[in-house]
Design a binder for this molecule. Sequence first.
Ligand code: FAD
Length: 387
Amino acid sequence: MTFEFSDKADYQEYFGPAHNMVRRSVKEFVDKEIIPHVDEWEEMGEFPRELYKKAGDVGLLGIGYPEELGGTPGDIFFQIAAWEEIMRCGSGGVAAGVGSLNIALPPIIRHGTEEQKERYVKPVLCGEKIAALAITEPGGGSDVAGLQTTAERDGDDYVVNGSKTFITSGCRADQITCAVRTGGPGAQGISLLVIESNTPGYSVSEKLKKTGWWTSDTAQIFFNNCRVPFRNLIGEENQGFYGIMENFQAERLQLAVMANMTSQIAVEEAINYARRREAFGKPISGFQVIRHKIVDMATQVEVSREFTYRVAAKIDAGLNQIKEISMAKNFACSVSDKVTYDAVQIFGGYGFMRGYPVERLFRDNRVLSIGGGTTEIMKEIISKHIF
Ligand SMILES: Cc1cc2nc3c(=O)[nH]c(=O)nc-3n(C[C@H](O)[C@H](O)[C@H](O)COP(=O)(O)OP(=O)(O)OC[C@H]3O[C@@H](n4cnc5c(N)ncnc54)[C@H](O)[C@@H]3O)c2cc1C
């Protein structure tokens, strides 16, 4: 089962020739700059910082962003094509690390001033600077409205105190889009600030050691009387919660796409392995139970991908898809949980060994139903739309 894209007219509902051109150029980049090194980076626990610059130079980071900020605008399927091809490297950590700008920049683009866009978007899209999004705190990630990092106004500055955790690209980030409490309790008291990592009072932990996503750096960030200029406020004071929720829609789409690609690669690996591995004198694909398992895996991936695309198309058309994107993320993650588990099973002992793609896919997959809102939080959102 391959995952081919064609330029035929009948397949242009989501991806036309222009999307496929972008897909091919991202594939070329991934084949040349990532795949030959990815196993080594995984073992080292990081990819070189210069990968951002290389990705920026070929325009990969700017896909879907405004031209005046150095991007190449286009509908959502240009980004989806790019994310899918990056996932082809088989490392969720590379995809998450390179892609942290996609959760950090949109609030600045939507609500930021021209000066903020100039200063905090352009250098990231060309790969000179690294951006991260910092919402989660050690005391809790799901309850965003309860966050406790404070930003108190003092003259022309905010004085920020508190900490954030599990921040993707947090160790290397030059800037974070950070959720802080500027007002009273609850959602009404939250704002978004851009905080530069060289600000006095800003410090970062060692890289956190994780089950998967080894190449992405994940950090805890501390603020100790960190003075951030008022001009770094994104949008209006105490309106940040809405910006965060708006941003989650795209993050959840990205995670659904990552889950679908994880499943896709796992199915392909399982098919190839089942064809060549022999047991009891014949390829294991000769056992009906293995074939049927793979058939179920392949079916679920197809269904999940098509649903994700449909929701993406509706988001692109400006429809509110809060419920549907939560469903798409949960469905894609339930499929990738099952498919990666079954792929490891089909590989037998080798599936448990480092160096086999399914082993990494299995580990990397686990976080997809936690990050960007857990399965349970997605269900809460869906239930609010149902009841
Ligand atoms: C590798 C990695 C990368 C990440 N990257 C980032 C990043 O770049 N930026 C960022 O801000 N965050 C990031 N996160 C954090 C992630 O978004 C949070 O881990 C997630 O939102 C859950 O928050 P929590 O871990 O505090 O769990 P908690 O909120 O403490 O939840 C614990 C458990 O309780 C359940 N639960 C909580 N509330 C409810 C409820 N109302 N109903 C039912 N069940 C509930 C949860 O589903 C979960 O199972 C990352 C996390 C990981 C692991």
